[in-house]
Write a new protein. Structure first.
Length: 201
C-alpha cells in the first residue's frame, strides 16, 4: 500500500525532535508548500552514488528543504550540507549533496498540522555530478498488477517520473540555484516569523 510520509520525517528518519517549519510560498519561481527540517544532531549517513561517490544524506548541521509544488505529483527533497561542507575529511564544493524526489498521489496536514504526502512508490534520485537514478519502479509495477493502483494512477506516476527527470535533471546547476533561492526566502520568513508553522523550535 502507498506509504504516508510526514514532512517532519519522524518515522523512518527519526527527526521528530528536530526543528521543523512549513509555509505556503508564492513567488515567480515557486508556488506550493515549502518545509524545512534542521538536523541539529545525529551521526552522518551516506549513499554511495555511481559518479559522486560517498554522498552525505543526513547528519548534524545538514538541512532538508522539501517542496511540494502546486498542480504536480511530486515532493522534492534537497539535502543541504553544513556551511563548512567538510564531512569526515571530505570537502564538498556544492551546497546540496543530493536530491530525492518522491512521486506522490496526494498531500495534506495531520491533526498536529505537520504536512504529509502519500508516496506513490516511484522515486528519482540525482546529484550535482550527474547521477540520475530511478528507484522503486518494480514496486510501482507490482502495485498496478495487484490492483492497488488504477491504470490512470499508474500512468500518471510514470509521466511524473519522466517530467521530474526532464525538468530537474537536465540542468542540475539550475535546479541547485532554484533550491538555494527558495531556501533563502524561506529562512528570511522564519527569521521574521512571517506566516509559518513551526514545531520543536
Amino acid at each position: 500500500m502507498m506509504t504516508k510520509k510526514r514532512l517532519d520525517r519522524d518515522s523512518k528518519w527519526g527527526f521528530q525532535g528536530f526543528p521543523y517549519y512549513h509555509m505556503r510560498m508564492d513567488t515567480d519561481d515557486f508556488h506550493g508548500l515549502v518545509s524545512i527540517v534542521e538536523l541539529v544532531d545525529g551521526e552522518y549517513f551516506f549513499w554511495e552514488m555511481p559518479q559522486a561517490g560517498k554522498t552525505p544524506v543526513c547528519g548534524k548541521g545538514m538541512l532538508w528543504l522539501q517542496l511540494i509544488p502546486d498542480n504536480q505529483h511530486r515532493a522534492i527533497t534537497a539535502k543541504f550540507l553544513p556551511k563548512s561542507r567538510t564531512i569526515q575529511g571530505i570537502t564538498y564544493s556544492k551546497s546540496v549533496s543530493v536530491w530525492y524526489v518522491d512521486v506522490i498521489d496526494s498531500w495534506g496536514y495531520d491533526e498536529d498540522q505537520v504536512a504529509y504526502f502519500m508516496d506513490k512508490y516511484l522515486d528519482v534520485k540525482f546529484d550535482i555530478e550527474g547521477d540520475v537514478l530511478i528507484d522503486d519502479r518494480d514496486e510501482l509495477d507490482a502495485a498496478y498488477k495487484s490492483g492497488e493502483l488504477t491504470k490512470e494512477q499508474y500512468e500518471t506516476a510514470i509521466a511524473e517520473g519522466d517530467a521530474i527527470v526532464s525538468e530537474l535533471c537536465s540542468d542540475i546547476e539550475k535546479t541547485q540555484r532554484w533550491c538555494e533561492n527558495i531556501l533563502e526566502l524561506a529562512m528570511k520568513r522564519i527569521e521574521n516569523n512571517d506566516n509559518i508553522f513551526k514545531k520543536n523550535v
